[in-house]
Design a protein around this ligand. Structure first.
Ligand code: DX5
Ligand code: ZN
Length: 220
């Protein structure tokens, strides 16, 4: 299988020291920057938008994995591509014409991802899988960092991995919410291969070490 990806969530970074925290991720063993965009409608929280992503992009030396928790993301795909997104993931629940939205992401030169809320059945993805570079499974209710990982995620990963294998695809499965050094190995065993980690990384005394440990555990 692919080597496992660690994507620190910049939602948990210190916004007053965004350049410092971006450099920390650059120097670390992380693979991507995970960027959480929230609009206060699709989720009950507002995070940041294009200007902040542009600021991170200016210093980032690794791909930006942009997770859109916004209603009708199709209104903004080209803008997110312009400010530096490399992967754009949209929620299945947020866009009516998913196929068209993924085409928009491709045409904007980015890799495509679809996100499922905690209890949206993975079976809804069956026909769209060939168009997905990645599927992001939420392991919490989206909107806030620092929440407890929900155990139902393990079975969801297994089901999705079987669907992907049955179609002979290489689609990545990313997990987002409550990922730590305690559950990452079990998530790999279930079939996930990309991991978002916010508070576990940034609240630790040595964020760079926390990333290194996650990377090691995921790939061992
Ligand atoms: C929540 C976001 C997550 C969040 C994860 O809606 O999608 O990316 O930052 O934070 P932790 O790792 O603290 O659960
Ligand atoms: Zn996220």
């Amino acid at each position: 299988m692919n080597s496992k990806i660690i994507a620190p969530s910049m939602l948990a970074a210190d916004f007053g020291n965004l350049q410092r925290d971006t450099e920390m991720v650059n120097q670390s063993e992380a693979d991507w920057f995970h960027i959480d965009v929230m609009d206060g409608h699709f989720v009950p929280n507002i995070s940041y938008g294009m200007p902040v992503i542009e600021a991170i992009k200016k210093h980032a030396t690794k791909p930006l994995d942009v997770h859109l928790m916004i209603e009708k993301p199709e209104r903004y795909i080209e803008e997110f591509a312009r400010v530096g997104a490399d992967i754009i993931t949209v929620h299945y629940e947020s866009t009516i014409h998913l196929h068209r939205t993924l085409s928009q992401i491709e045409n904007a030169g980015c890799k495509t991802g679809v996100v499922l809320n905690l209890t949206t059945p993975v079976s809804v993805l069956e026909d769209i899988l060939p168009k997905c570079y990645m599927v992001l499974l939420m392991s919490i209710n989206p909107g806030f960092g620092g929440q407890k990982f929900e155990d139902i995620t393990y079975n969801r990963i297994k089901k999705l991995r079987s669907m992907i294998d049955a179609q002979g695809l290489q689609t990545r499965i990313e997990v987002d919410g409550g990922v730590t050094d305690k559950n990452i190995k079990q998530l790999v065993a279930a079939g996930a291969d990309a991991f978002v980690a916010g508070s576990h990384v940034f609240k630790s005394a040595n964020p760079s070490n926390a990333i290194k440990t996650l990377k090691l555990l995921a790939n061992s």
